[in-house]
Write a protein that binds this ligand. Structure first.
Ligand code: DQA
Length: 150
């Protein structure tokens, strides 16, 4: 049987993790995060694919491709698009696949403009402030949701 697929989507500037504002985002790189997620997925019999883009349209195009991949769900850190992008929100609503929103930092301890998300009311769950571990918690939860109940 073909493995179920989960896509992890990272928004703008997350390719700079490890170098970017380490006092906020820590020293773990995106490659290290992706490697852990891929392994975690594999250990549970899921195929995890990770994508990062600095471009809103590229992320939207990817989301549109998900149903035919076929993808069963997403873990997404929309990064700054969290607070700005109706278009990305609409793309997720359009494909109607479950997703978990992740933020490395606790956005509620930061500037007020980061307290608004265009995604949270559509998300299955929201994880923020757990550092890179938040991605693993999100993936673990999504996998549990997608496993056939025994
Ligand atoms: C972020 C929080 C956003 O406000 C910010 O624009 C990011 C990263 C986080 O993971 O904490 O780029 O999504």
């Amino acid at each position: 049987m073909q493995k179920k697929q989960i896509w992890v989507l990272h928004g703008p500037n997350l390719n700079r993790l490890g170098l970017r504002e380490p006092q906020i985002y820590g020293h773990t790189t995106l490659d290290q995060i992706n490697q852990r997620l891929t392994q975690l997925g594999e250990s549970q019999g899921f195929l995890v694919q990770c994508h990062q883009s600095n471009h809103e349209g590229a992320l939207i195009d990817l989301i549109h491709q998900a149903p035919s991949a076929p993808v069963s769900g997403f873990v997404i850190n929309p990064a700054a698009f969290t607070h700005t992008s109706v278009a990305l929100r609409d793309a997720l609503a359009a494909v109607d696949l479950p997703f978990i929103e992740v933020h490395i930092s606790n956005v509620y301890r930061r500037e007020p403009f980061r307290h608004q998300s265009y995604f949270s009311d559509l998300a299955q769950a929201v994880i923020c402030g757990f550092g890179p571990r938040g991605y693993e918690l999100a993936l673990d939860h999504l996998i549990a949701q997608l496993q056939p109940s025994s």
